[in-house]
Design a protein around this ligand. Structure first.
Ligand SMILES: *[C@@H]1O[C@H](CO)[C@@H](O)[C@H](O)[C@H]1NC(C)=O
Ligand SMILES: *[C@@H]1O[C@H](CO)[C@@H](O)[C@H](O)[C@H]1NC(C)=O
Ligand SMILES: *[C@@H]1O[C@H](CO)[C@@H](O)[C@H](O)[C@H]1NC(C)=O
Ligand SMILES: *[C@@H]1O[C@H](CO)[C@@H](O)[C@H](O)[C@H]1NC(C)=O
Ligand SMILES: *[C@@H]1O[C@H](CO)[C@@H](O)[C@H](O)[C@H]1NC(C)=O
Length: 365
């Protein structure tokens, strides 16, 4: 299962256009005012990032333009990592904001969920707005802070939304383990861990309260070292050509790997299942050389397991050794263990194992 195979119907999220940016002295009401980290509500000190209600975009998402550098000089050592994360956070924030706009308290109640589910979704949306502000502030004043694009999630009903939210939260937990390996400053690593913990709380709430599942995901969640490969799959939600022109490419660098979903023949994605992969359509650059061996490398917890990938029918087997918990991340590689980013030739595919009934429901969506 991966992001690209989600149903993508018409629900287009239109984010409010921000006021035009002006330099050097930014008037209030312009996104450029956000270059000052002390402008507006401060995450951890303002209830806006917890308890804001309603369909209006909360700060800082009520400003969607890119924030331009205010000083000249070399970028901060972790700027590129934070820029990638801020661009990814706009996707995640917009996903929740889209749900807040599309649904209401009654929609969740009628779908059989608790009467406070819409409140929790608004609270998660508010937390994600806080992440936007935190990431803006981590990018130095020498670098641009990416603004919002338009996104298309194809959201239709509360149950599909909650299922994708579960997948998104656990995927965020995984790519944060990779970004932590890119970050150079100890403070950045600590901040990334704290954000991952927040996503884990969101995921835990979904598991307990929405899915009535055991919330524990094994002794360790999944480490995936090549975070940009996951971020790249989220760019499928971005409406082409809709990003502010000042935004850097997302992600940077991007390997533009072909991704894959599961095939109609697959009826189970649990460990031990034999699965057929369906490579994403726009990528004609994937070519399997008859002379070479290819491998499916599966990451779960702190380890990975390599199994053969059969290029005759594009099939492989999810390692039976893994527990049916949390998330398993699969890539196709030309070396066992996918020891370098370059050894990955397709993927990643995100396989949700918990709750297991969601895995195949999402895959067939
Ligand atoms: C955005 O939200 C902040 C905080 O609620 C508010 O002070 C500001 O006026 C809003 N700006 C715009 C342009 O909506
Ligand atoms: C929720 O949305 C439905 C469908 O759009 C609408 O009929 C209903 O009145 C709304 N309920 C509330 C509490 O806003
Ligand atoms: C939800 O329903 C319970 C009773 O079933 C009620 O006590 C509670 O106030 C309701 N909460 C909300 C947010 O509507
Ligand atoms: C396997 O995938 C490759 C790359 O997309 C494709 O060219 C090939 O036709 C597929 N093979 C089968 C048997 O579907
Ligand atoms: C996968 O596991 C193997 C064997 O432990 C290891 O050598 C390799 O570096 C791991 N791959 C990644 C990407 O961590």
């Amino acid at each position: 299962m991966l992001f690209r195979s989600f149903v993508r119907v018409a629900a287009l999220l239109s984010v409010v256009d921000a006021a035009p940016t002006e330099r050097p002295s930014a008037p209030k009401g312009s996104a450029q005012a956000l270059a000052d980290p002390n402008y507006g509500p401060i995450p951890g000190q303002d209830p806006l990032y917890n308890d804001e209600r309603g369909r209006a975009a909360p700060f800082p998402a009520n400003f969607t333009a890119a924030i331009l550098p205010t000083t000249h000089g070399p970028p901060g050592v972790d700027d590129q990592m934070w820029q990638n994360l801020l661009a990814a956070e706009w996707v995640i924030y917009a996903f929740y904001q889209n749900a807040v706009e599309l649904f209401n308290k009654t929609s969740f109640e009628e779908a059989g969920y608790h009467n406070y589910t819409y409140d929790r979704i608004q609270e998660i949306r508010d937390n994600e707005a806080g992440h936007l502000r935190i990431f803006q502030n981590e990018i130095s004043s020498n670098s641009v802070k990416p603004g919002a694009c338009q996104y298309d999630f194809g959201l239709k009903d509360p149950t599909t939304f909650l299922a994708i939210a579960t997948l998104l939260e656990i995927s965020a937990m995984a790519f944060l383990t990779g970004l932590t390996q890119q970050a150079q400053l100890p403070f950045s690593r600590g901040a990334l861990l704290a954000i991952g913990e927040t996503e884990s709380r969101h995921n835990t709430w979904l598991l307990i309260d929405v899915w009535k599942a055991d919330p524990f995901g094994g002794p360790s969640d999944t480490i995936f070292p090549y975070a940009n490969q996951i971020l790249s799959t989220t760019s499928a939600f971005v409406v082409p050509g809709s990003c502010p022109p000042e935004n850097p490419g997302f992600p940077t660098p991007d390997q533009h790997l072909p991704t894959f979903g599961v095939d109609k023949r697959d009826t189970s994605l649990t460990p031990g299942s034999h699965v057929y992969l369906d490579f994403s359509a726009p990528h004609h650059n994937l070519h399997f050389d008859a002379e070479c061996e290819y491998y499916a490398v599966f990451f779960h917890g702190v380890t990975n397991i390599t199994v053969p990938f059969n290029t005759k029918d594009n099939s492989t087997t999810i390692p039976a050794e893994f527990e049916e918990k949390g998330v398993i991340i699969a890539v196709i590689a030309d070396k066992p263990g996918a020891p370098t980013q370059e050894s990955v030739i397709a993927g990643p595919g995100i396989i949700l194992e918990q709750p297991s009934f969601l895995a195949i429901a999402l895959a067939s969506a």
